[in-house]
Design a binder for this molecule. Structure first.
Ligand SMILES: Cc1ncc(COP(=O)(O)O)c(C=O)c1O
Length: 364
């Protein structure tokens, strides 16, 4: 057998390790996962009820056009139903973009470090990732990516706020970028953490760009603040002609019916959204104060995770945290050596994490 040669150079995605696996490995009864930026409050109870009801119909294929969720989002965001495309998480849409736009000989530009699935999917389609390093403050401005454009550039990835650093760029910076970027290059603006960042006065209004631009695809997800990571539903927002091209490569039943129903109910549950924002603000304040007290630099975050510089070998700290029942992401797999990326948990989880981290750092 011979796999496609483009896949030979692809390293599989390194996911946060599952709780049960760590319990088994270290014989622990309690393990806290702060590794995949899930919502520590769980999911909206209304979403769970909706998913439960939808289970009765799982013997039938789901609605391939996501009619009901599409209408709900169109009304929620004041757009047209044809401005939406749905994916098996936004991961599924990243894959779809690469499948639709990239082949051998093409180039695709991204910040570095950023969400690793951009690079993985670009490589899997035989194209070349062109990585533009963040500045020394672990930030980037989309204009930094412009100088990397060549005639071979087909797709540019903007991750805002950026994963794994948590920082965001501003409205002014995004507008200035779009004035200069060629119209024949697709720009994907990945806003997986949109709901956490949107309260910031400088956060870009990407939807406003859709009026004049055909080359922008905005990605959002129900996996983060909506707490539905396990159901796998994300959506893309863009011009209907662009989406029609992506639709050609989309698996028809890529979002299951419980996921569609849960997402629609979650969208309407503003109370849950507000509680989640409040809990995140509390946890963030606690962690920022604790890191400051410990003398550990961190990146100012507009998300539900925070990147902290341990000033030690991140892999060693990450592994020691596992033995104490805390799963985070080590910077050694994220392209930011020395750092840990920690999901902002409940206040109690954050306190336990800080205690574990402090005791580990004292021994190193
Ligand atoms: C920036 C970014 N984009 C996309 C995703 C994928 O999310 P999902 O596929 O669950 O929608 C993530 C998940 O961590 C992310 O951080």
């Amino acid at each position: 057998m011979q796999i496609k040669k483009t896949l030979a150079q692809v390293a599989p995605y390194a996911p946060g390790r599952p709780i049960d696996e760590i319990k088994r490995q270290f014989g622990l009864s309690e393990v806290v996962k702060l590794a995949s930026n899930e919502n520590p409050l769980g999911a909206s109870p209304k979403a769970l009820v909706a998913a439960g009801k939808a289970m009765q119909d799982v013997f039938m294929y789901p609605d391939p056009n996501a009619y009901s969720l599409r209408q709900a989002l169109a009304s929620h965001l004041n757009l047209q139903p044809e401005n939406f495309i749905f994916g098996t998480g936004s991961d599924g849409l990243i894959e779809l973009v690469c499948k639709t736009f990239l082949a051998e000989g093409d180039e695709s530009i991204m910040p570095d470090p950023s969400f690793s699935l951009y690079e993985l999917n670009v490589l899997a389609n035989g194209a070349t990732p062109v990585k533009v390093a963040l500045n020394k403050n672990m930030q980037y401005n989309p204009e930094m990516l412009l100088s990397a454009i060549t005639p071979k550039t087909k797709v540019i990835w903007l991750c805002n706020p950026n994963n794994p650093t948590g920082g965001m760029y501003t409205e002014k910076e995004q507008l200035s970028f779009f004035e200069k970027v060629p119209e024949n290059v697709l720009v994907v603006v990945d806003e997986a953490y949109y709901e956490y960042a949107a309260g910031n006065a400088d956060y870009p209004n990407s939807l406003a760009l859709l009026k004049d631009r055909k080359n922008i695809l905005i990605l959002r997800t129900f996996s983060k603040i909506y707490g539905l990571a396990g159901l796998r539903v994300g959506y893309g927002i863009g011009d209907s002609h662009l989406l029609a091209e992506l639709e050609k490569a989309r698996p028809p039943f890529n979002v299951c019916s419980p996921a569609l129903a849960a997402a629609e109910a979650a969208l309407e549950d503003e109370d849950f959204l507000n509680q989640s924002l409040k809990a995140n603000k509390e946890g963030k304040k606690y962690l920022e104060e604790a890191f400051t007290e410990m003398g550990l630099p961190f990146v100012k975050t507009s998300t539900n995770f925070i990147a902290v510089d341990t000033k030690k070998d991140a892999k060693t700290v990450y592994e020691a945290l596992l033995t104490k029942g805390y799963i985070v992401k080590g910077g050694h797999v994220l392209g930011m050596p020395g750092y840990l990326r920690v999901t902002i948990g409940t206040l109690e989880e954050c306190k336990g994490f800080v205690e574990a981290l402090s005791s580990i750092l004292q021994t190193l």
